[in-house]
Design a protein around this ligand. Structure first.
Ligand code: BEZ
Length: 251
């Protein structure tokens, strides 16, 4: 799975602030306690990391995007560029927390192994990410428009959206006791036109199209999605399905 996705903090703040704003249910599942050491895996610009700090936790954020880590550092967070497949921590954290990041990591067993290493015994892994069927309408529209141009290739889709059963099995195999796991349909109203969402998250697809043809490509994709995702007033909703879970490191 190759990725040409880039992360511009200004663009992310403009089009995707809702990602952190809708993150409170997973923070509540984490039940952070003052004084706890928490790793925020895929912290992005640190919006939720900062919330955990405000709740009295000692938080380290990691993300593969140097631009997002710079944005997180600018608001005073302890944040580091790190690939989630290669976490370097050992027995350091009471909890590993992750919101809207795991679906960008295509090798889940490597991620889970790193999380397990990073946790103290009895530590918890609490996360939310895209789950099976997430943004199906969007993926289908993008895929079909690329196919019509002869531009589709395996590996373009960068997202890993597992079922709850698949992820539960992966966690158990690596020595986690799964306390809660569920797929949660969460149609998500977007702050503006769906073009902003595509610009922010779908670069892996759109970058395949020559720049001069991109406006027509995006218009075609928009029209294909409109019947399912746009209401009569022109408000767009993305067809999100979340996978949310809490698992405890055994042994
Ligand atoms: C998310 O941020 O949750 C997300 C991003 C891309 C595709 C689906 C979900």
């Amino acid at each position: 799975m190759s990725t040409s996705q880039s992360w511009d903090p200004e663009r992310y703040a403009r089009n995707a602030r809702f990602v952190a704003d809708l993150g409170m249910p997973v923070v509540e599942l984490l039940e952070p306690q003052p004084g706890e050491c928490i790793l925020d895996l895929g912290c992005g610009d640190g919006a939720l990391t900062a919330k955990l700090v405000d709740m009295g936790c000692s938080v380290v954020g990691v993300d593969s995007s140097a631009e997002q880590i710079e944005a997180a550092r600018q608001i005073g967070l302890d944040a580091h560029v790190m690939d989630g497949h290669r976490l370097t921590f050992e027995d350091e954290f009471d909890a590993v927390f992750s919101n809207a990041a795991l679906h960008w990591m295509g090798h889940p067993d490597e991620v889970i192994a790193g999380v397990r290493r990073a946790l103290k015994p009895g530590g918890r892994f609490v996360a939310e990410c895209g789950g099976h069927g997430c943004v199906d309408t969007i993926v289908r529209a993008l895929t079909e428009a690329l196919k019509r141009r002869g531009l589709w290739a395996d590996g373009i889709n960068p997202w890993y959206f597992p079922t709850d059963e698949e992820y539960r099995e992966r966690l158990i195999r690596q020595g986690f006791d799964v306390k809660y796991i569920a797929l949660i349909p969460r149609p998500t109203p977007l702050p503006g036109d769906i073009g902003g969402w595509l610009e922010t998250f779908a670069e892996n697809f759109t970058s395949r199209v020559p720049e001069a043809e991109r406006p027509a490509f995006l218009e075609e994709v928009r029209e294909a999605m409109r019947p399912k995702l746009c209401d009569a007033e022109g408000a767009w909703t993305a067809d999100y399905i979340r996978l949310r879970f809490k698992a405890v490191k055994e042994g």
